[in-house]
Design a protein. Structure first.
Length: 126
């Protein structure tokens, strides 16, 4: 079962706000000259900002009040300023004798898989 949730466009403000909020001011995210010398060739969004888009999509899939219990992530490709990220939830399964639900989460830019992992939540009001 797949549930497509939100699409997000990564903005410069999102990247700046994430860096400010977390203290992650790695020049690969902010300095074009520095980033040009890396494998990415231009500044990239923080990986955890992209993971945060999964978190932001949980309410759409599992209801208001959903609580994140665990998440395992594998980063596959970079996300750049102005990329549109699609979040997909798959393999949604209620855990027997529990109030928890497990799922697979994937994030795409176009057809490119940029992030995948598994997670567990306590669903909110559906």
């Amino acid at each position: 079962m797949s549930i497509y949730t939100n699409k997000y466009t990564v903005t410069g403000k999102m990247i700046a706000d994430f860096g400010s909020a977390t203290g992650d001011m790695n020049p690969v995210h902010f300095d074009e000259s520095y980033a040009a010398k890396t494998r990415f060739k231009k500044p990239i969004a923080h990986g955890m900002l992209t993971a945060g888009l999964i978190s932001a999509s949980l309410v759409d899939c599992f209801g208001e009040g959903t609580i994140y219990v665990s998440q395992q992530l594998n980063f596959k490709a970079p996300v750049y300023y102005k990329d549109e990220v699609d979040i997909v939830f798959e393999d949604i399964t209620e855990i027997t004798n529990s109030s928890k639900v497990s799922f697979t989460a994937k994030a795409f830019v176009g057809d490119t898989l940029i992030l995948e992992g598994t997670g567990t939540v306590i669903p909110g009001d559906r």
